[in-house]
Design a protein around this ligand. Sequence first.
Ligand code: 9MR
Length: 577
Amino acid sequence: MILTFKKISIYILLSLAVLSCNHTQRNFEPENETEEIRINQLGYLPHRVKKFVVVNTEASEFEVVDRNGKTVFSGDLIDQGEWTSSGEQVKIGDFTSFDEAGLDYRILVEGTGLSYAFDISYDVFTEAGKASIKSYYFQRNSMPIEERNGGKFARPAGHPDDTVYYHSSSGRSSGFKSSKYGWYDAGDYGKYVVNAGVSAGTMLALYERFPDVFADGSLNIPESGNGQNDLLDEIRYELDWLITMQDNDGGVFTKVTTKNFVGFVMPHETHEDRYFIGKSTAASLNYAALLAMASRIYQEIDSEFAEDILNMAEKAWNWAVTHPEKYYRNPEDIFTGGYGDRNVTQEWFWAAAELYITTGEERYLEPISNKLDKIQFNVGGSWANYQDKIGYFSLLGKNSPLDDTGKSTIKTSLINLTDSLGTVLESTPYHIPIDRFVWGSNSDILNTAVLFANAFLETGDPKYLNWSIETTDYVLGKNATGYSFLTGFGDKKVMHIHHRPSGADGIDEPVPGFVAGGPNAGMNDRNDLGEGASYPDQTHPAKVYIDAQGSYASNEVCLNWNAPMVYMFGFLEGVKY
Ligand code: 9MR
């Protein structure tokens, strides 16, 4: 009896020794955690594609282990060869068929190490989705961010904007008026119509498809509890500013800014004069498009407002018709963002599409009818060339009066585009649909995810859903820098975004919910990074990124870079089950 007991004890001890020998890397010590495994650091959804990248490894297999170190899934690593854009040997692991919801799983690759811990759950994106919209709330000017809504990021009101002067480029030689409300554009405190248009438009497109996501009370903004969808409440704050941007003749001022960018101070600490600057065709068309779209969406909530903004949209359209080539350039005494755009084809399309849908008037169909088969995607065009995509999505939507032939023409065009982006994705080692990295590259990536999402909504074909998720994974950690680019979320977090309040508020962490611009091979800010700072990798485009406050060209945040992130979180919420 005693002997048998001894034997059993020895056997147990030996087995434990063998186990610990085989699985030294299961030991969840920080030294076994590796940055060479690139996962979506927010986690993965059950019943959805689940892939990751591992670089520079000899291994040909991987395991998914649970928090006790037990293997719950194993699979082969698929060799993708070298990615010249990152200079890495890339392998992909796929554990899509593992669907057990749970917390703190890790990927184990023998010889490489363990990934960060991740969850598989229906809620992995829920908080991040809310934060990605809440970031717009944090950008509000003309009102304080109260502690009950903003927590430790509460701050006094910045920029009342009740006295904004007419700059000579506005067409008036003197005077001022109010231009209250709205969101700061980015890391700077300007308010720019063209970028407001594409950002709010992208989010209204999400609402029109999925009116139940981000319901009242979900965001804890001041309007939460008023019985209206919180996303619509947040966008209304921007619309209330935008309506101040129209001149009496219908033309729309391009922006409200100071003459120069101010330093890294809190919004309430800057008191420089702000100006209405230059009317332009692009601003007027963006305004027309967004307000026409908003008019039908806000109709049920506030019909008077809806009617007013439709009139404003029509006036702006008419002004653009009579001023088709008023391209914006910064006047010589203005040094804030240019957002110059000499090709307004996309703006015409978007404005005509939204006016057609909201009014049903055939005269707006004419300028778009021969472009229904021409949906395109250009890298680097996230504010200048993305607006027409919103128009195409709206024309396919439930409120569109477009006939079936027109809708199927758009659908075919969308499928052709997304199939070609999908071909690039399948042949790019990191499984992303573009392989060029310019200013705001993360928004290029996210905007292609939005295209895939819409192809899925049109066809129900899961390959588009998978592509949209693999593309979104990139921004949340499955990328060559290893960062999760969404502030406040992930394991390797971006900490030093080029965002004045985040830099000046004395709080270590940045304001949460912002997407950093991402790798930018152009390094346009290489001389402004600050004392001793330089890009750690200047030769591999997918790695040309620095988490430094001075880096406005790779680490700024911007309304139009967050909008497709919001769209993807909302979409994934909407198709969750
Ligand atoms: O997003 C814009 C990018 O495409 C341009 O290359 C860059 C330089 O003109 O400007 C970016 O927009 C900035 C804007 O002009 C001012 N606010 C911050 C924006 C993000 O960097």
